[in-house]
Design a protein around this ligand. Structure first.
Ligand SMILES: C[S@@+](CC[C@H](N)C(=O)[O-])C[C@H]1O[C@@H](n2cnc3c(N)ncnc32)[C@H](O)[C@@H]1O
Length: 214
């Protein structure tokens, strides 16, 4: 599936691969990645859908849009757009609306999920991957992210999917874990500034939900 190439050093690549395999996504799909950030997911999706597909990489922050545009310069199927998830509006209905680490930061996650649902064609897919931050651990102690509006939104994600009117097709949790130097501890240090030395680290588990528009 070419996913690892697109995902570079993304420590959450395993949950993403699990989700995309579950969908059986393939060449020619059209997708939107809402809150695309640095573009890891958008590029992974671009690898899978190929040049016959289309990826809309949407972010409310113009600097992130520019970052995605730079990272995806080699992929003509990626369109980087400055837009908020609350106002999501695309030139076509897509096969898949995806977000990761987005809903924890937005004021009204239900509204953004509703816009994502409206962005997909009938029988299309909405996939969200959001954390339960407090279920992460450093040396056994819970993690926190005070700056996030809904740091534990993963815990209610399956219910939210149903609330906006999507069929809940699948849902599960996955978390990278490690001890000592490596990508997992580097990622945590970049997020929190905490040097974990050889402590055991469990990053916030991501809840993946797969919803279908009927
Ligand atoms: C933590 S980053 C996640 C990046 C990417 N999804 C990933 O998993 O690597 C969150 C991104 O969401 C964007 N964002 C925050 N609120 C948003 C909103 N209301 N609509 C669209 N993007 C938003 C931020 O600018 C940021 O780039």
């Amino acid at each position: 599936m070419g996913l690892l190439k697109g995902l570079r050093d993304d420590v959450y690549r395993r949950p993403l691969i699990t989700a995309l395999e579950r969908l059986e996504i393939g060449a020619g799909w059209s997708c939107v990645d809402v809150g695309a950030g640095g573009g890891d997911v958008s590029i992974a999706l671009a690898e899978v859908v190929g040049r016959s597909g289309r990826i809309y990489a949407v972010d409310s922050d113009p600097a992130s849009r520019d970052e995605v545009a730079r990272a995806a310069a080699a992929y003509s199927q990626v369109f980087a757009i400055t837009q908020s998830g609350e106002d999501l509006s695309l030139p076509e209905k897509v096969d898949l609306a995806f977000c990761r680490f987005l809903l924890l930061h937005v004021a009204d996650p239900e509204r953004v999920l509703t816009k994502m649902m409206q962005a997909v064609r009938p029988s299309g897919w909405v996939v969200a991957q959001e954390p339960i931050t407090s279920a992460g651990r450093i040396d056994g102690s819970p993690l926190s992210m005070p700056e996030a509006l809904h740091a534990d939104i993963g815990a209610i994600l399956p219910a939210l999917i149903k609330k906006v009117g999507l069929e809940l097709v699948d849902a599960w949790a996955e978390a990278p874990a490690w001890a000592g130097p490596g990508p997992v501890t580097n990622y945590l240090t970049s997020l929190t500034g905490v040097d974990t030395r050889d402590d055991a680290v469990v990053l916030p588990p991501l809840i993946t939900v797969i919803g279908k528009r009927n």
